[in-house]
Design a binder for this molecule. Sequence first.
Ligand code: LMR
Length: 394
Amino acid sequence: MLESIPPREEDKILRLMKLFADDPRVGKIDLGVGVYHDADGRTPIFSAVKQAEQRLIETQESKGYVGLAGDPAFHRAMAGLVLGDLAETMPFAACGTPGGTGAVRQGFELMKLAGNPQRRIWLPDPSWINHGSILDTLGIPRADYRYYDAETGGVDADGMLADLAKAAPGDVVLLHGCCHNPTGADMKAQDWAALTKLLAERGLTPFVDLAYQGFGDGVEADVSGLRTMVAALPETIITVSASKNFGLYRERVGCVLAPCADPKARDMTHAALAWLNRQNYAFPPDHGARVVTTILTDTGLRADWQDELDGMRARMKENRTALAGELRRLTGSDRFGFLQSHKGMFTVLGLSTEQVLTLRKEHGLYMVEDSRINLAGLTDATIPPAAEAIAAVL
Ligand code: LMR
């Protein structure tokens, strides 16, 4: 039986990690997978995480099961971080998941449980590669809406609204909460407001994937658009990752939050999420979730975490400015000026696949085939050679 399983297409982002590791060249540069690197090329453990883990080692008395949906204290802490005061006033369903990808998967499965096999989910064009892949695996119909305007390097707000006006009532619209992956182009406050109005008028449900809170303009600023939307609509599905903003990648910390104006809908959603956890893996991982809860509920640890996160964001912004400056100097044009208006870890440079492959082969510069780069992969030392390589393939 097993030999009859057809090979699956490998994820392009993860394949790149292996290609990079196998490249023996000194001076190779990894701008592939969305993992933060510091100025020394390390992916550090946050000091607040170390401290919280120490506390857990000293105080935790049991590793017994928690609950199918995870720890309610974790739900409250994450809801506070994402929704702010709304978490106090609006009922919300929640469940812990193995990372943000686990949350996305559970959120999509939740859509299936809500019936209506014709219900489509609308994805921004482009979106994170795995969104479409998971939907296809689950057999959920999908459609694309215009999102990125390669001419301006910004969001094609008119195109987005025009396409979503064609969605059928009951359809779901996937949005990136901040730091759009892969493009780096985020919606402005007026775009969130216009979209909220359209979703309300057309009876569409937002599904907001939030994997980079704190990497754009700040922990609060990055969710202001999302909060306006949540406050105005009867229900929102939010999938959250703590991989990046807590640096807890391998611990798999994520959750689904579903604010619902109707308490009955909240109870049903909460029960459905716990049931889905049971079907897929029973209990969600606890260690990383408990570390996050410890940090968010302790004033000192929280301040420490926020400082470190602010420093990471500042470094990524500096890298953007420096790379944009080098490219301006080398090309004598502002062709890559959009680098500085983009948010978070990523930017799509707008290069062809052929150019990307030449960069990989001839210059040891690794980026995803759609020419997405991870700004945190650059250092003061690698910005000049990276810019030279890019300018050389234009
Ligand atoms: C990325 O987009 O590089 C990250 O979200 C890592 C992943 O799982 O793809």
